[in-house]
Design a protein around this ligand. Structure first.
Ligand SMILES: [Zn+2]
Length: 360
C-alpha cells in the first residue's frame, strides 16, 4: 500500500493546531470565530467491537451521533470501549444514538451503554421485521425497554429526513427497506458501472432494512449504511448514482460479501474506507479486492486483521488497528476537515496518516 501519503505524529498535528489557534486569536473575535469554525474537524471514532459496529461521530460544534453499539455481554466490553472514546471526545452524553438495524452485533450493547451515559435521542427504522429470529427479536425487545424507560426522544427514521446537527448535513438515505426517491444534492448522474452488472436477490433479513446515512461536511461526504445489502445498493446506484462520490466509506456489513458490490463501491469511489471487520467476521477477500481496485481509493483501513483474508487480502500492518495475537480494543479515529483533508489515526501504532485535500 505504498501510496504517496505523509505520515506525521499526533504531537506535530497538535502543535500545528495550536499555532493555527494562536495566529487566529490575534485577528479579533469575529475573525477568530470564523477561523476556528473552518479549522475544526468532524471526528469519527471507529471502535473495535470485534466484528460488530459502533461508530461515533463528534461534530465541530461538539454534538454527538453514535451509530450502533456492538454486542451484548462480555462483561460490558463494547460499552466500555465506546465510553473510552466518548471520554476522549469529552462527551458527557450522546445526542443521538442511531441503531441501523436490530441484529445483535449492532443493538446488543444498548443496555450496557445506556447504564453508563445519558442518551438524549434514539433513532431507528421502526419495529424489528425479522421476528422469526429469536436472538434478533430479543435484542429489539431489550432495546425497546431501554427506550421506554428513558426520557429520550424516539425518532423514526425515514429516507430523506435529516438529523439536526449544526454545521453539517446528515441525511437518512435508507430505512426499513425504503430508499431516497431522488438523488442527494450534486448527485444523480448516470452510473457507468451499471452496464452488465449482476442483479442480486432481495434480502429478507434486518440487514436490508438498515438505516443508512450520508453526511456532508464542507467538501467531505461520508457514508455509513450499516449492513445494507447488495440488492439495495443497486437501487441506490442504478441507473443513476443517487449518492454521488463519497470521500469516506464506512465499509458496509463489516466487509462481508453480502454488501459492497463493485457497482456501488466504484460508484461512490471512496478515498478512504474503514472496515469494521473482526478477526473472523467480515473481511471477505472478494470485498477487499473490490475496495482496493476502486477508482479513487487512497487507503483501506481495517479494525482487525482478517484471518480469511490471509496474506493476500489484508492491508499492511500500519493500517490495521488490531493484529492477530495482539491485545484487542484498539480504535481508528478519522478527522475530516471541510476543505477535504482527512487524517486517520491508529490507536495501536499511535501514528496518524494525512490525506491532503483532493483535487478531484
Ligand atoms: Zn452486522
Amino acid at each position: 500500500m505504498g501510496r504517496s501519503i505523509l505520515q506525521f505524529t499526533g504531537k506535530i498535528a497538535a502543535g500545528a493546531l495550536l499555532l493555527a489557534g494562536l495566529s487566529a486569536s490575534a485577528q479579533g473575535p469575529s475573525y477568530r470565530r470564523h477561523r476556528f469554525s473552518i479549522a475544526k474537524p468532524l471526528t469519527v471514532y471507529f471502535m473495535d467491537v470485534e466484528g460488530g459496529q459502533s461508530t461515533l461521530f463528534v461534530t465541530p460544534s461538539h454534538q454527538s451521533l453514535l451509530i450502533d453499539t456492538g454486542w451484548p455481554d462480555h462483561n460490558g466490553r463494547d460499552a466500555k470501549r465506546i465510553m473510552a472514546a466518548a471520554k476522549q471526545a469529552g462527551l458527557d452524553h450522546i445526542d443521538y444514538l442511531l441503531i441501523t438495524h436490530f441484529h445483535t452485533d449492532h443493538v446488543g450493547g444498548v443496555p450496557n451503554l445506556a447504564a453508563r451515559i445519558p442518551i438524549r435521542a434514539f433513532i431507528d427504522h421502526g419495529p424489528n421485521r425479522e421476528t422469526n429470529d429469536a436472538v434478533t427479536e430479543q435484542g429489539w425487545k431489550k432495546y425497546e425497554a431501554v427506550v421506554a424507560g428513558s426520557h429520550a426522544k424516539h425518532i423514526l427514521a425515514h429516507p430523506g429526513m435529516t438529523i439536526p446537527l449544526a454545521g453539517l448535513t446528515a441525511t437518512i438515505v435508507s430505512a426499513d427497506g425504503n430508499l431516497i426517491a431522488s438523488p442527494l444534492p450534486g448527485a444523480g448522474q448516470a452510473n457507468p458501472y451499471c452496464k452488465g452488472a449482476p442483479t442480486y436477490p432481495a434480502d429478507h433479513t434486518e440487514n436490508a432494512r438498515s438505516t443508512g446515512i450520508v453526511m456532508q461536511y464542507g467538501k467531505v461526504r461520508l457514508i455509513d449504511l450499516g449492513d445494507l445489502t447488495k440488492d439495495k445498493e443497486m437501487q441506490l446506484m442504478c441507473p443513476v448514482n443517487k449518492l454521488g462520490q463519497i470521500e469516506v466509506y464506512v465499509v458496509s456489513h463489516h466487509g462481508w460479501f453480502h454488501s459492497s458490490s463493485a457497482v456501488f463501491v466504484d460508484g461512490i469511489a471512496p478515498r478512504v474506507a474503514v472496515m469494521d471487520n473482526g478477526k473472523d467476521k467480515g473481511g471477505s477477500p472478494s470485498v477487499w479486492d473490490i475496495i482496493e481496485k476502486s477508482p479513487r481509493l487512497e487507503q483501506l483501513w481495517q479494525l482487525h486483521y482478517s484471518d480469511e483474508g490471509g496474506q493476500k487480502h489484508n492491508v499492511a500492518a500500519p493500517y490495521i488497528a488490531n493484529l492477530t495475537g495482539g491485545s484487542d480494543g484498539h480504535y481508528i479515529r478519522l478527522s475530516a476537515y471541510p476543505d477535504g483533508r482527512l487524517v486517520v489515526f491508529n490507536s495501536r501504532t499511535g501514528k496518524s496518516t494525512n490525506y491532503p485535500a483532493s483535487a478531484h
